[in-house]
Write a protein that binds this ligand. Sequence first.
Ligand code: ADP
Length: 396
Amino acid sequence: MNDFILVINSGSSSLKFAVLAQRGQDVILEGIAQRLGSADASIDFKFNNKKESHLLEVGSHQGALARIKSWFDQHPDVTQNLIGIGHRVVHGGETFSHSVIIDDNTVTAIEACSSLAPLHNPANVKGIKACHTLFPTLPQVAVFDTAFHQTLQQVQYLYPIPMHFYRDQTLRKYGFHGTSYRYISQALGHLDRNTLQQGIVVAHLGNGASVCAIQNTESVDTSMGLTPLDGLMMGTRSGSIDPMILSFMAKSEEKSLDECLNILNKESGLLGISELSNDCRTLEDAMKAGDERAKLALDMFCSHTAKNIASCATSLNSFEHLVFTGGIGENSVYVRAQVCKSLAIFGIKLDQQANTSLTRGQANLISKGSAEQSVWVIPTNEELMIALDTINLIQD
Ligand code: ADP
């Protein structure tokens, strides 16, 4: 009997899923349902190195999960080993500082956090409720993006606005990508036990991007805030900007607040500056072909990342390690080189050769031996953390 965990990441219009075995080490099944809520919603399964795609008759979260359930019905060899379901939940507010087994009270509490993540939490709850109906005997666990950052001190998490906004509405910095940061902290600890007492800054650079300062395995500061719009420039998000820009945008183009926020969330960042793409790889190709604006967008991204790393590092007692992760952090030689160049003032020295010749799928040290900080590239694995939390909680 193996311990298989179904991991569900239910987003606003997509639902990613995976079945992990051997305490998360083996990926048995993975897939994604996309364009949920539209007429051409589809679902992909990858099993035994074979990919199959289907249009979804019912293009909702429930429809996608019902299709996943019928896949399990056709694969009893997998289903008989399933012992639990782990859900990624975006916002746990101040209620959740750890992963929890889901019961009715948990669902109510996740719903109560929906005002803080109106696009994400309702989709997470849909996934949880559908799984409860389709797999009534399997225990479910919620793993929160925000939980790892609940160790932040008030001096870091409060915004300098009137206190009643925090008292009455818990408006504060929460931070995201917490499951990734927890994974990286543990992975670094496995490589070098000394890191468990040291100061680390992790840059999780993907389409969404943030940085986190970790001291003694706890988050002490992070760049995302009340929402994932805060912090550094991202694929389509602006990151932190002068809030007065909203007022100018609204007045000059007669836009509503929601329309302006949509611009900051969906039309800004790498896409807004390059006017070409939000995708780092596409921009690097364009830059190599001489596109000046693609270069400007990438250089701004690198500069914002370096500034956020430097800012977060001020919350550490000491700064021994810098880790790059996420799709851009793990793959972009250019971004890592530019970010480290801007951080040379801290004593960071990149080994150019190591930066260009990484071994994929494992941790790589890319700094010079003489440098004050070790610089690492470590592939993140949020699904593994969700599977492990699920196993640990349901077998407790
Ligand atoms: P998210 O999970 O936030 O959607 P990912 O962590 O998957 O994002 O990262 C996606 C980003 O990684 C994209 O901008 C993509 O272009 C970038 N990326 C992936 N591979 C490469 C590569 N080889 N070189 C540069 N950027 C890459």
